[in-house]
Design a protein around this ligand. Structure first.
Ligand SMILES: C[S@@+](CC[C@H](N)C(=O)[O-])C[C@H]1O[C@@H](n2cnc3c(N)ncnc32)[C@H](O)[C@@H]1O
Length: 289
């Protein structure tokens, strides 16, 4: 089950206007959206985006019986600019939520290959129409490209060791499953004290690369301001320091258009005790002038 992260803080940050226009850029299992929808009246609109179409089939059903204006969009969230343009929403959006990463539901689905605790085909695409899967990349990526992606873990020695182990494995076999990759990592990292932490970071690095997440984030940030109304809120929940740093630095240089910003909020002790997945969450929100 996926528990929406920092739900109370999200509601407080969004400060929902009952007839407002809201975007959930990362629908997932619809947890945040569903609670947000309870604060909206029938004049409001909630637009929900996700790259992974299956999320809407599985978790969209709960919205069908509520008589409000709900819309689903299967796309990357930087395509929000097209939705804003098509619906003439420039300067009208009251709140936008981005809850990065993947849901527990996706993580535990062994057909998707997102996690190292479930063995399965090493796919890692959020959008199943995308051409390149993680297996394709693992088997054909150049040494330099592998090193660059693994440098995300901030340990050059370790990332080089992983890469040489991948190249060694590739000489005899194809990397096909999450278990193949796990074995490679285990050989290299298992003696380290923090090896679970490294495993998490490494899987995250590959997922971010395969899904082009950084380029989507930059293109989203560049275009999002015009869509917000005055006092409109942009709220992010990130799960790694790179995404968080990009967001923080981007807004540091945009203070002219901001009424205020909240530096960062971490989950409460109570949430950390109840939801392990929230442990690395960092929330930031920004309010337009
Ligand atoms: C952490 S989950 C969101 C969970 C959601 N807030 C909930 O309460 O259920 C992130 C979701 O965003 C989607 N996603 C990740 N990157 C995306 C992107 N660039 N564009 C659109 N959707 C994306 C994933 O498919 C996943 O379903």
């Amino acid at each position: 089950m996926h528990i929406p992260v920092m739900l109370n803080e999200v509601l407080k940050g969004l400060d929902i206007i009952s007839n407002g226009i809201y975007f959930d850029c990362t629908f997932g299992t619809g947890g945040h959206s569903f609670v947000v929808s309870k604060f909206l009246n029938r004049h409001a609109s909630l637009k929900m985006i996700d790259k992974d179409l299956s999320n809407f089939f599985i978790f969209g059903k709960k919205f069908f019986f509520i008589k409000k204006k709900f819309f689903f969009y299967k796309c990357a969230f930087d395509e929000i600019s097209d939705i804003i343009y098509d619906n003439n929403l420039f300067g009208k959006v009251n709140g936008i939520l981005v809850d990065f990463g993947i849901s527990n539901y996706q993580l535990l689905d062994f057909n998707r290959g997102f996690g190292f605790k479930t063995d399965g085909f090493l796919d890692m695409r959020l959008d199943l129409n995308q051409n390149i899967r993680a297996v394709d990349w693992f088997n054909f990526a150049s040494l330099d490209e592998l090193v660059i992606v693994f440098s995300f873990i901030d340990n050059l020695k370790l990332s080089k060791a992983i890469v040489s182990e991948i190249l060694f494995f590739r000489k005899k076999n194809k990397i096909r499953t999450s278990d193949d990759f796990y074995k490679i990592l285990f050989k290299v990292c298992s003696s380290s004290k923090n090896y679970m932490n490294y495993f998490n970071k490494i899987y995250q690095a590959v997922r971010i690369f395969i899904n082009n997440d950084m380029s989507v984030l930059f293109s989203f940030l560049r275009n999002i301001f015009d869509s917000l109304s005055s006092s409109g809120v942009l709220l992010f929940i990130s799960f790694n320091s790179l995404e968080d740093k990009i967001i923080k630095n981007f807004f540091k240089n945009n203070s002219l258009v901001l009424k205020s910003f909240v530096n960062f909020i971490k989950p409460s002790i109570e949430e950390l005790n109840n939801n392990y997945s929230s442990r690395s969450a960092i929330m930031r929100f920004f309010i337009k002038k």
